[in-house]
Design a protein around this ligand. Structure first.
Ligand SMILES: [Zn+2]
Length: 321
């Protein structure tokens, strides 16, 4: 079984003809982008041009140098209004499906995750195209893409995914990095229809709180585990200062048997939060802080916190062949 990081973002500026788009509409977003770029190990000056190629080369070298065998590389579709219109101004970044399919065809270290808003007029055609192109996972942020996953119109879409064995990675819980269009879709209960259709579904961030004031849905997610054996959670971005509180709810063995390892790269993972929360020993925090590879550092933190090896390999048994 491969050790997999199930939640790794691709970003690009289109400089190599990738079709990726990336924008920083205000100073705050620009500073956040600079910070994220620096955590990848790239110079902030790469935001002036050349991000497409530099990001891929850097990510590939980090995965190769880590204890992780493969990373699920995420495309990013456009958000849409309830009547299916693209909401360009609500998208901070866009990564076309072709880009992740092409990179995964070239590099065994990447597992391609397409991103398809099921309300797109061409959603079924795009899904067929991605399945044929080798996509294993489909990623959405229902609250940011504005997708009511339990809208009965989307049933054929989920049924096709289930038939192809494609895994659904869905953001759950609050979000601060990109604009939220519908807060209610942060609730994992909105994933009921795809789960009922038989789609293997991963609730990213385990539906936890992303700050101090937003809703915490981890308890609801854990209740749903009892009803659906095809429902999972990832522990991505949980070793951060704003999300560490979710960790303790995931460690009991019966819950942990549904947890998958994910980093949310390039979101920085430092371990200060888990140390404050007494989930990480000072000695481990200090030692792991010296690891400069963000992909490896997050894996080391998760292990030191107590996530067992199976959380790293579990996804390999769930992916379609
Ligand atoms: Zn993410």
């Amino acid at each position: 079984m491969r050790r997999i990081d199930c939640h790794v973002h691709l970003v690009g500026d289109g400089s190599s003809g990738s079709g990726c788009r990336f924008r920083t509409p205000n100073l705050l977003r620009y500073l956040a982008a600079r910070y994220l770029v620096r955590t990848t190990g790239l110079p902030a000056s790469i935001l002036q041009g050349g991000l497409d190629e530099a990001y891929v080369a850097q990510l590939l070298s980090l995965v190769k140098a880590s204890s992780i065998d493969a990373a699920v590389l995420l495309a990013m579709d456009m958000p849409r209004s309830d009547d299916g219109q693209i909401l360009e101004e609500k998208a901070n970044f866009y990564v076309p499906n072709d880009r992740v399919l092409e990179l995964a065809a070239k590099h065994d270290e990447f597992i391609p995750a397409c991103s398809i808003h099921p309300g797109r007029p061409d959603s079924m055609e795009e899904l067929e195209k991605c399945i044929a192109g080798g996509a294993k996972v489909m990623k959405l942020l229902p609250n940011c893409h504005n997708v009511n996953c339990s809208d009965s119109n989307f049933r054929p879409f989920w049924e096709r995914m289930a038939k192809g064995g494609m895994v659904f990675l869905a953001h759950t819980g609050g979000e601060y990095t990109i604009p939220v269009l519908n807060k209610e879709y942060a609730d994992p209960r909105v994933l009921r229809l795809p789960v009922e259709c038989g789609v293997i579904t991963i609730a990213a961030h385990a539906a936890g709180r992303s700050g101090l004031i937003d809703s915490d849905y981890t308890g609801e997610l854990i209740k749903m585990f009892a009803d659906f054996s095809n429902l999972f959670a990832d522990n991505s971005a949980l070793a951060t200062l704003n999300r560490w509180r979710t960790i303790k709810k995931l460690l009991p063995p019966e819950v942990c048997s549904r947890v998958l390892h994910g980093s949310d790269f390039p979101v920085p993972s430092g371990g200060f939060g888990p140390w404050v929360g007494r989930q990480l020993k000072w000695k481990d925090f200090r030692t792991i802080s010296r690891e400069s590879n963000t992909i490896e550092r997050d894996a080391l933190l998760k292990t030191a916190i107590g996530f067992p090896d199976e959380t790293f390999t579990r996804l390999d048994g769930l992916l379609p062949s």
